[in-house]
Design a protein around this ligand. Structure first.
Ligand code: NAP
Length: 316
């Protein structure tokens, strides 16, 4: 019997968006405690274009990028009781080592997924998991964000930032965001209380008494952000490859907790996130939706770093 195949995006070498090509690959099949998901949508995260260019945790090509998944359960392996074939789901593949969502099918452990509520359409669901989990894990799990906390979100208009603003607001925090002025109305519409135009203002002068910082920029933003904080707070940097040598000493000196985190798939957090979504307290802004046949263009646009919200990819 010939093995079924699927369309996937792969790359033979590291490089710019032009290295991404559509190929036919063997379709995976689920083992015990695994399920096969037909991918309907995914998204572009910065980690996709960084891995496309430098291999990173994925090593040498060929490989298939993509961690976000929205799709339908196609088949379940022995012992899977959480889902059944036909269920609409959203979730993420293990980060950082196991990408592969830029393909028509993925195999996964069920608890990396939740049921996709009808209120979240397929492209929005494909853009939601990685950025919302990142913001949730940074602010809720690590930062323990609480009513009245003052939260500083860098790049508040970006994929992670726009999730973080809404999650912090849902937890009762006071939110200060950084973005260029043209994006301030957008971030305020998500609930931000104050905005700083990082292109013309020094955030270290405008942000004060901060309890939690979400550092999406890395480098010297880490130690500089510490100077805005109250003792007892937490600063979480997401750019683990660019942690400034002064980050930890400066944080300790000020009496704040420094953390550098990588996002993980998380069923319980995804349930909380989809509940917030269906309650109308969280939404994904889609800057654009590209068919997978235009994945090169989607990467080129995302890589400019000016996206408000997310760029989704769908199989056509
Ligand atoms: N550790 C992890 O697990 C993890 C998870 C997710 C993301 N990340 C990392 O976190 C970073 C952000 O990810 P993302 O998905 O949010 O990226 P993104 O959506 O591509 O971010 C784009 C946004 O960044 C803003 N921006 C750029 N430079 C800025 C600056 N100096 N100050 C304030 N805003 C700035 C842009 O706004 P303007 O146009 O106004 O400049 C734009 O809205 C990336 O480095 C990503 O790799 C890490």
């Amino acid at each position: 019997m010939t093995q079924p195949t699927m369309r996937a995006v792969s790359q033979q070498k590291l490089g710019g968006p032009e290295v991404l090509e559509q190929v036919e690959l063997p379709r995976p099949s689920p083992g015990p405690a695994e399920m096969l998901v037909r991918v309907e949508a995914t998204s572009v995260n910065p980690t996709d274009f960084k891995h496309r260019a430098n291999g990173g945790f994925l090593g040498r090509p060929p490989f298939t990028l993509g961690w976000d998944v929205a799709g339908v359960v196609e088949e379940v392996g022995l012992g899977v009781a959480l889902f059944q074939p036909g269920d609409p789901v959203l979730g993420m593949l293990p980060y950082p080592g196991r990408a592969g969502a830029y393909a028509e099918y993925v195999v996964s452990a069920p608890r990396r997924f939740v049921r996709r509520p009808a209120e979240i359409d397929v492209p929005h669901a494909g853009a939601l998991p990685l950025v919302s989990l990142t913001a949730w894990q940074a602010l809720v799990d690590i930062g323990n964000v609480s009513e009245g906390d003052r939260v500083l979100v860098h790049a508040a208009a970006g994929g992670v930032g726009h999730m973080a603003v809404q999650i912090a607001k849902a937890k009762g925090a006071y939110v200060i965001g950084t973005a260029s002025a043209a994006k301030h109305d957008f971030v305020r519409s998500l609930g931000a209380d104050e905005m700083i135009d990082y292109t013309s203002e020094d955030f270290t002068e405008k942000a004060t008494d901060i309890d939690i910082v979400l550092d999406t920029i890395g480098g010297e933003h880490g130690p500089r952000s510490v100077s805005t904080m109250r003792p007892g707070g937490t600063i979480v940097t997401l750019v683990v490859s660019d942690v400034h040598p002064d980050f930890v000493p400066r944080a300790r000196e000020r009496g704040v907790r420094p953390a550098a985190m990588l996002v993980e798939p998380d069923h319980a957090a995804l349930r909380s996130i989809t509940e917030l979504y269906t309650a109308g307290r969280l939404r994904v802004e889609l800057a654009d939706v590209y068919p997978m046949s235009r994945v090169q263009q989607a990467h080129a646009v995302a890589e400019r770093g000016r996206t408000a919200g997310k760029i989704a990819l769908t199989w056509d």
